[in-house]
Ligand binder design. Structure first.
Ligand code: F6R
Length: 590
């Protein structure tokens, strides 16, 4: 099983007893350990690559985890939200833990069940019923050679059906070399596997419906999950990535918790200015966040391009909170801005996707986005998860400072939690964008318009098109066009317009007027508007419907078709979408 996977790895085999080898760092480190200290060839084994959530990337926190009686070895993807209570309960029974992970709780619980005499599958079902959160678990029992059990909730698990051998994995890529026959497990299901048998049940032991399928793509496509580009795969991963960013941030009592945020609440209460610093797409995520953070916290928030920051001698004091956003965590411009801010005694919070990278290491605190590795050079799930993480920070500051009532925070959190299926809805309709890209494949220029949070979305749409399709593309605030850029509008020029939801203010109607202004000058309008927006329909040459969300959350759904437009257009033009010319994934020079 792989998680977001690259900061530690481990394997366990069953050979009379359970034998484990695990190591922090890249898989090469585990390889070296195995060369030094080989494992026997046995028929039953489990392996895992980890991306740290609870507990840093160390040897002891790497999976598999073994129950303290040595009987169970277990690997886990996901986050067990109620692990603290379960850990305390097990410790009260005298069980000693050897890691800081949430995963070890599941291994110890299963150990306790088996010690009581439970069968492996029954024991695992009992454990699963006690866990809250997201998990895929795979476990082996020292006393039951040739057998393993796996279970899933809110996290993927597939079974590979071989000839005299069977597999379970987080993704078919792990076993496609050996078999193309697979079974996808449904929510809250458990599979009991031997070399000859596969039995699927629900968490109560009842019968379960499964979905057998044949994998049609080959090993080389496996890494990309069957997609032609990592970028496309990452666009499709966005519902899960955003859900993972939000996972475990809200206590059952209704309070927002940002465990990683090690800045005392008193200091957060004294903050009188927020400066967000980032580059490129991350900077646009910061521009979106400004609207929400100021609205919720009533603290002034500036957003600054990192490479410009320290050269203008910004006004920073110990009560300034600097928020840096970086997917890679290694961007030199952003890092230099952090060093400058800390020299001036500001507190720095990093929003980052890469565990243990330089930027989080050099910051006072970090909120990880948990988007999983982003390999395509153009940032996609990075952007959506950065917006979501900034929103969590904004709400947290509002909570700490008493700037919002608990029920207001609760309502926004509920809305945020409801966005992943809405992003999926957008993806389900994305075929329409493919047709739009085919229609405009020969265009030389594209404009993007938006207002309020739709403005940074427009900027992001234009950046994606520039970097992938090498086209002239510009994003503008829709109301600013008439002050100059409208001179660019000519007959048949495609213009994307992000229309705000129909709300209480006049934002929506103002944008509808802006659309009419460009249409009157011959532009072809591709309008992204919420479903049921009949007012805008007459002015849309092409209308792409977005799910209904509140204005502040619209970037989470409206950015997706723009990402896909750039991806499709570049593909049609025959360009390398994952490695556009002149660009690198991490920009480690100033
Ligand atoms: C655009 C893109 C870049 C990055 C920027 C910052 O698609 O990927 O604009 O957003 O270079 O990178 P990080 O977030 O790694 O600091």
């Amino acid at each position: 099983m792989e998680y977001r996977g690259y900061d530690s790895a481990g394997v366990a085999v069953l050979d009379g007893t359970i034998q484990v080898r695990k190591k922090a760092g890249k898989i090469a480190n585990l390889d070296a350990l195995l060369a030094q200290s080989p494992l026997p060839d046995t028929g039953t084994a489990i392996g895992h690559t980890r991306w740290a959530t609870h507990g840093g990337p160390t040897d002891s926190n790497a999976h598999p985890h073994v129950s303290s009686d040595g009987r169970v070895a277990l690997i886990h993807n996901g986050i067990i939200e109620n692990f603290a209570a379960l850990r305390a309960e097990l410790q009260a029974q005298g069980i000693e833990f050897s890691s800081e992970t949430d995963t070890e709780v599941a291994a110890q619980l299963l150990g306790v069940e088996l010690a009581k005499g439970a069968d492996l599958a029954d024991g695992m079902r009992t454990v699963c019923r006690r866990l809250a959160g997201a998990f895929t678990l795979v476990a082996i029992d020292a006393l039951q050679p040739g057998r393993l059990v796996a279970a899933r909730r809110n996290s993927p698990l597939v079974v590979g059906v071989g000839d005299g051998e069977n597999f379970v994995a987080s993704d078919v890529a792990a076993f496609i070399e050996f078999t193309r026959s697979a079974i996808e497990l449904g929510q809250d299901q458990l599979v009991d596997v031997t070399a000859e048998s596969i039995t699927v049940t629900d968490f109560f032991g009842g019968p379960a419906e499964t979905h057998p399928f044949e994998v049609t793509w080959d090993t080389s496509a496996a890494e990309k999950g069957g997609y032609d580009w990592f970028m496309r795969k990452e666009i499709y991963e966005q519902p899960k990535a955003v859900a993972d960013t939000l996972l475990g941030r809200y206590t059952p009592e209704g309070a927002l918790t940002l465990d990683e945020l090690r800045i005392p609440e008193a200091e957060l209460r004294s903050v009188d200015k927020i400066i967000i610093v980032a580059c490129g797409t991350a900077y646009y995520a910061g521009l979106v966040a400004k609207y929400a953070i100021e609205h919720w916290t009533r603290v002034p928030c500036e957003v600054e391009i990192a490479s410009e920051f320290r050269y203008r001698d910004p006004i920073i004091s110990p009560t300034t909170l600097v928020v840096t956003i970086s997917q890679s965590g290694e961007t030199a411009d952003t890092l230099m801005a952090i060093r400058h801010a800390r020299e001036q005694k500001a507190k720095v919070i990093a929003i980052c996707n890469t565990n243990g990278a330089t930027i989080p290491r050099e910051s006072d605190a970090v909120i990880y986005t948990h988007a999983g590795p982003e390999i395509g050079v153009a940032s996609t799930k990075g952007f959506l998860t950065q917006v979501a993480a900034c929103y969590l920070l904004g709400l947290y500051l509002a909570q700490v400072r008493g700037a919002m009532f608990d029920d207001e925070i609760h309502n926004v959190m509920n809305e945020l939690a409801a966005t992943p299926p809405l992003i999926q809805e957008v993806l389900d309709r994305i075929g329409q964008i493919r047709e739009v890209a085919a229609r405009f494949v020969d265009t030389r220029s594209v404009l993007f318009l938006g207002r309020h949070v739709g403005y940074p979305v427009a900027l992001e749409g234009a950046l994606k098109l520039k970097e992938l399709a090498y086209l002239h593309a510009e994003g503008f605030p829709a109301g600013e066009l008439k002050h100059g850029p409208i001179a660019l509008v000519e007959d048949q020029l495609p213009i994307f317009v992000v229309v705000p939801p129909q709300g209480r203010d006049q934002l929506h109607d103002k944008v509808v007027s802006n659309i009419q202004e460009v249409r009157a000058r011959g532009a072809l309008t591709i309008v992204l508007a919420e479903e049921g927006d009949v007012e805008v329909e007459p002015y849309a040459d092409i209308l792409f419907s977005l799910p209904k969300v509140s204005t502040l959350l619209q970037p989470l759904v409206a950015t997706v078709p723009l990402q896909m437009f750039a991806c499709e257009l570049a593909t049609l033009k025959g360009f390398d979408v994952d490695q556009p010319r002149n660009l690198a994934k991490s920009v480690t020079v100033e």
